[in-house]
Design a protein around this ligand. Structure first.
Ligand code: SF4
Length: 394
């Protein structure tokens, strides 16, 4: 069924037009959409819906605000090592207001923001980068004569969805570290309601793109956890999918930077790696663009827990991580295979790897997606209780 849908989409002129816009072949475009669907943990067949949405739906207007931050989130989005990603982000959204990217300045830019807000009232997506200073009436960050608090509330009032991008907007990040002289707060705290958060310093552009594509395809944001983080990206610990995990399990650790264990690629836990207490998919899609399909932990730098409030920028880099759970690594073969819970591990992994390679993202984007999602599906099935009875010992 899904295959038939993809084949008919291949001959759809709108798909060809979208692929040309992105300097891809039709096949590469469809494969990339399939990878996005896999990243989002969508069921089989959803790749066609994603492709159709990206190719044909009206791009949602995006108002992007900047407050207390370093602009690293924007840098990460637009200077992704893979040009396809940057192109796709700018292709699936209509970026109608972005202070640091606009060539214009002053009243012209403020007029552009107001006009976009009026034109797309109730339909635009508000993306907020940076924390909001709340001390002394919020005077520590003013844009166009308004405090960040005023601007945020004004723009959020008529937004269809609010996304806090990066750790600063998600939970205060670096500006909120002790003693927090400006009273830096998160978007959710200032608005007094939960928002979707995509923490990370910087955040992973692929997670932002997937969130927006979900909105584009289904008219709703993806399911989130209690901190507003999309579950497809933040439901597993980095430690669960880390390539050094076998060394952790075997008790082989680097004890000092540059020692024999470090050079041999042993586990970085004793150098302060925060992977065991940090929820993010960096180890799944190898985020960090450290080059040659690798990521910072693979290069020998311990995870600093930048996605987690109370860990990133709060816990000393050398301090030992708390073990949040002691489940076996997702890399280990399962003793009990469970049936009837959607796409198989092999199918998901192969699809993801092919699509990632086609789009230039290669192994970095998708190497372990199948493992990660299947583990989640198994947990879901166990909770339901219904499908668990279909288990078969092998
Ligand atoms: S402690 Fe860090 S380096 Fe070691 S396996 Fe866990 S995430 Fe990987």
């Amino acid at each position: 069924m899904a295959k038939q849908q993809l084949i008919s989409l291949e001959s759809d002129p709108r798909i060809l037009a979208a692929a040309e816009r992105l300097s891809m072949t039709r096949r590469e475009f469809l494969q990339f959409c399939a990878a996005l669907a896999t990243t989002l943990g969508l069921p089989q067949g959803a790749d066609a819906a994603v492709a159709e949405a990206v190719a044909t739906k009206q791009r949602p207007s995006v108002i992007w605000l900047h407050f207390q931050e370093c602009t690293g989130c924007t840098e990460s989005m637009l200077r992704a090592e893979h040009p396809t990603l940057e192109k796709l982000i700018l292709d699936v959204i209509s970026l109608d207001y972005h202070e640091t990217l606009f060539a214009a300045a002053g009243h012209q830019v403020e007029a552009a923001r107001k006009s976009a807000m009026e034109q797309h009232k109730g339909k635009y997506i508000l993306v907020v980068e940076g924390a909001i200073p709340t001390r002394d009436g919020g005077i520590y960050c003013k844009i166009g004569g308004k405090t960040a608090i005023e601007l945020l509330k004004e723009c959020a009032a008529d937004a269809a969805a609010v996304i806090a991008i990066g750790s600063c907007a998600s939970w205060g990040g670096m500006p909120s570290t002790d003693p927090n002289p400006t009273g830096a707060s998160s978007v959710g705290q200032v608005l007094g309601k939960p928002v979707v958060t995509i923490p990370g310093c910087p955040p992973n552009p692929y997670n932002f793109l997937s969130t927006v594509v979900h909105f584009l395809t289904f008219g709703a944001l993806p399911a989130v956890d209690h901190l507003g983080r999309p579950k497809f990206a933040y439901s597993r610990l980095i430690h669960e999918n880390c390539e050094r995990r076998a060394h952790f399990d075997a008790g082989r650790f680097a004890m000092e930077f540059g020692d024999e264990g470090h050079r041999k690629g042993h586990c970085l836990y004793k150098l302060g790696c925060k992977g065991p207490e940090t929820y993010a998919n960096c180890s799944v899609i190898m985020f960090g663009d450290a080059g040659a399909g690798t990521w910072p932990v693979a290069c020998g730098h311990p995870c600093i827990g930048c996605t987690e409030q109370g860990i990133g920028f709060a816990k000393p880099i050398h301090a030992l991580s708390k073990m949040k759970n002691i489940e076996p690594s997702a890399f280990l073969p399962r003793i009990v295979e469970e049936k009837g819970i959607g796409a198989s591990l092999g199918a998901a992994a192969v699809l993801a790897a092919v699509a990632g390679a086609a789009a230039g993202a290669g192994v970095m984007v998708t190497k372990n997606l199948g493992l990660s999602h299947q583990a989640e599906e198994l947990e879901k099935a166990k909770k339901d209780g219904s499908k668990a009875s279909e288990s078969t010992e092998v």
